[in-house]
Design a protein around this ligand. Structure first.
Ligand SMILES: *Cc1c(COP(=O)(O)O)cnc(C)c1O
Length: 465
């Protein structure tokens, strides 16, 4: 067999890929027809593909490459750690320096008394840990009936059976017997398409109070926890109305339930604070982290756990753990990533420079005839495509038809901007400069112009009844 390299012709790489590689969230037959885009290198905020195209990555990989690509420091730390101690487990009363140092660093950075961490290899695993943690907590508290976890429709918490059940994605639940028992979903604070005649503030309160109603309906004695992303990411960058989080906070404070903030996307600077919980002044009992924890350079995630919960869990053996919990190479890489975020003041850069400039540009897109609303917090933004700016309504075409056409135009213009149904979203590396943001904006406008024309010509510029 020939060695496969970056220098092989693209078509050959694509054919081998289609023959043997099953892609996530992909119809592989469809992919085989088109051929996957082969990414060969990356530096800063720019990807290079096998055809030599230079692509602006306004999604930071999958919302994770917070410090940007090509930081040699992380490669060097990984190589050093692999030579010194490539692997050892943290079961059976063992530990190692990278896990110790990263746990301490996370306790220092995390808000409140989230002083403990249970490591995983990503966000899905960490959320599975959270399901077990909260149920175990109530068992040990002598309340074994408190098992139900309340989540939200259109939430994204990962793809394992547990985390996908926590998530509120119908398309995922439809494939494989989910949600698993004792996970229920309330409405999302998505005003643009679900708010009807209500003001955003009224709607935010209403959606927050669904939590209270659900707790009453189930009985507080059955509810273990509420889980939510401070800002829904994969659901379409849904930024809740200002009234939403204060009301949820009130409810959580009044009720004897735990609150899990899934900060896999909103953590590590994305909102202009270290954590979304600081942006919204939340005090979670457990926080899920992954993605930006290592800027995607190594697979690592974890559950940050409060003193209160950790003290109870620690009473007896917690029969849970992953072979790679606290993996030394991943932990060392994460630690170096946090050092860079901190020493280069990247979170300040987001808050004081990059995010305000991106917001200024992003909101200019609201003038486009194809754009119904623009929303942004920090370095995560979305816009609603629309056939008619005077109403807040979906397209007549099935959700995602128009969004997909727009995404294709973005790809064609060397801009990675994703679509979720008919919202376009960006979450670029946090290190973007103003000039990178100008490039993003130029390519976005060009892509929107082209897609608008395509959609019109295809007769799809029509609002649902
Ligand atoms: C990506 C994501 C996850 C899942 O993380 P993986 O590392 O893909 O398992 C969980 N929660 C949120 C909010 C995410 O965005």
């Amino acid at each position: 067999m020939n060695k496969i390299t970056n220098h092989m012709p693209t078509a050959e790489l694509q054919a081998i890929d289609a023959a043997h590689h099953m892609h996530p969230f992909t119809a592989n037959d469809e992919l085989a027809k088109h051929g996957a885009r082969v990414i060969t290198r990356a530096d800063g905020v720019t990807l290079t593909d096998s055809e030599g195209e230079q692509i602006l990555d306004a999604m930071a990989g999958l919302w994770c490459v917070n410090i940007g690509y090509g930081r040699d420091e992380l490669a060097e730390v990984a190589a050093r750690q692999m030579k010194e101690l490539p692997y050892y487990n943290t079961f059976f009363m063992s530990t190692h320096v990278p896990a110790i140092a990263l746990a301490q660093k996370l306790a220092e950075l995390a808000p409140g008394d989230l002083n403990h961490v249970f490591f995983a290899s990503g966000g899905s695993e960490a959320n599975d840990t959270n399901i077990r943690l909260v149920r175990r907590y109530w068992d040990l508290m002598g309340k074994p009936d408190k098992k139900v976890i309340i989540s939200r429709k259109n939430a994204y918490h990962g793809t394992s059976m547990g985390s996908a059940s926590l998530g509120g994605m119908q398309g995922m639940h439809a494939q494989g017997g989910m949600p698993i028992p004792d996970i229920v979903h309330i409405g999302q604070p998505y005003w643009y398409l679900e708010g009807g005649d209500m003001s955003p503030e009224e709607f935010g309160l209403m959606r927050a109070r669904e939590l209270e109603q659900k707790i009453d309906e189930l009985g507080e004695g059955r509810v273990a926890a509420f889980i939510a992303e401070p800002i829904q990411g994969a659901g379409g960058v849904i930024i809740p109305p200002d009234s939403y989080w204060p009301e949820v906070r009130r409810i959580c404070a009044e009720r004897d339930i735990l609150f899990i903030a899934d900060e896999v996307i909103t953590g590590f600077g994305r909102t202009g604070e270290w954590f979304g919980s600081q942006h919204y002044d939340l005090s979670p009992d457990i926080m899920t982290v992954a993605k930006g924890l290592s800027s995607g350079y190594a697979p690592i995630g974890g559950s940050l756990v409060s003193d209160k919960v950790a003290a109870v869990i620690g009473r007896e053996e917690f029969t849970h753990g992953y072979t790679y919990s606290g993996h030394p190479v991943a932990a060392a890489v994460a630690l170096e990533n946090l050092r860079i975020l901190e020493e280069e003041r990247i979170v300040d850069h987001v808050r004081d420079e990059a995010a305000p400039y991106l917001a200024e540009k992003w909101h200019q897109l609201a003038d486009h005839p194809f754009v119904g609303e623009t929303t942004i917090v920090g370095m995560m933004a979305s816009l609603a495509l629309t056939a008619d700016k005077s109403v807040r309504k979906p397209f007549k075409a099935s959700p995602g038809t128009v969004g997909y056409m727009t995404r294709e135009r973005c790809f064609g213009n060397n801009l990675i901007m994703r679509h979720v149904a008919d919202r376009m979203i960006v979450a670029p590396p946090l290190v973007m400069t103003k000039s990178d943001i100008d490039t993003l904006f130029e390519r976005a406008v060009k892509s929107l112009d082209e897609a608008y024309k395509d959609v019109k010509e295809a007769g799809l510029l029509e609002t649902a009844d």
